[in-house]
Design a protein around this ligand. Structure first.
Ligand code: DGL
Length: 269
């Protein structure tokens, strides 16, 4: 590995690719490790205390094994509950991805915002606090989907698509009386920006907002002078935790993101 800093981008699955992709676009000289906790997926359905304990143990081990300079918890379902515990256990800087309520509220003219997330993120006190702090003058229409993140996993691993799902989600939003005024939709699960093009078709005229770019800027500011100014592109590699068999389709998806190394598979304990 080159002398450039290494960033560990952790999610339950391919959501690490949306956030890591933004970091790579902004800071191509960084070494990136995309960690996918396939064995623990879906985080959006876990009970909070158990999820927190699982993530702390998993990340602690990964950090010991990979020795990154910075950790990005590229998962809203995780960050909205685990960040304080994780920060108390680790000595490296930890950046958490949380719902982009604040940027959405500054963008919205109609003051009607959609929030599309996992059921866990929609339920969290952390999310309610974000809405209270930054969007108290907005009507926030929240939809927690159990189906979309698993469908995106299948799309990446098996190549299957589920267009009917987007229609169902659009109908859920449309059922809210203020839906006709919704002008901004927060994609509060890191899987969802991976299907932004499909979602856009079902939410015409609505701005889709996610946290990717802001996270990349945060990583840049935290690494500061440790960032090499010029030089070789960094190494990008994937670690998959859990019982998985790498499919040709998955390798194609990684290669489309400029990741050519075969993923490392680590069986879950
Ligand atoms: N990518 C995760 C997030 O941002 C959700 C996927 C899951 O349920 O594990 O919330």
């Amino acid at each position: 590995m080159s002398a450039a800093p290494t960033v560990l981008v952790f999610d339950s699955g391919v959501g690490s690719l949306s956030i890591g992709g933004e970091i790579h676009r902004r800071l191509p000289q960084l070494n990136l490790i995309y960690a996918m906790d396939s064995g623990g997926f879906p985080y959006g359905e876990w009970e909070e205390a158990a999820l927190s304990a699982h993530i702390c143990a998993t990340i602690t081990l990964l950090v010991e094994q990979t020795r990154p300079d910075l950790l990005v918890v590229a998962c809203n379902s995780a960050s909205t509950t685990v960040l304080p515990a994780l920060r108390s256990q680790l000595t490296l800087p930890v950046v958490g991805v949380v719902p982009a309520i604040k940027p959405a509220a500054s963008l919205s003219r109609s003051r009607v915002i959609g929030l599309l997330a996992t059921p866990g993120t929609v339920r969290r006190q952390y999310t309610a606090q974000l809405i209270n702090d930054f969007a108290s003058d907005c009507c926030v229409i929240s939809v927690g989907s159990s189906a979309l993140a698993p469908a995106i996993e299948r799309q990446f691993w098996e190549g299957t698509d589920h267009p009917e799902l987007y229609q169902t989600l659009a109908a859920e939003f449309a059922g809210h009386p203020r839906a006709p005024d919704m002008d901004t939709l927060v994609l509060a699960c890191t899987h969802f920006p991976l299907v932004a093009a499909q979602l856009r078709e079902y939410f015409p005229g609505v701005s889709l907002v996610d946290s990717g770019e802001a996270i990349a800027r945060r990583v840049e500011s935290l690494l500061g002078s440790a960032l090499p100014t010029v030089g070789q592109p960094g190494e990008q590699r994937v670690i998959v935790l859990g019982e998985r068999r790498v499919s040709a389709h998955f390798l194609e998806k990684l290669s489309a993101q400029g990741i050519s190394q075969r993923p490392t598979l680590v069986a879950a304990d």
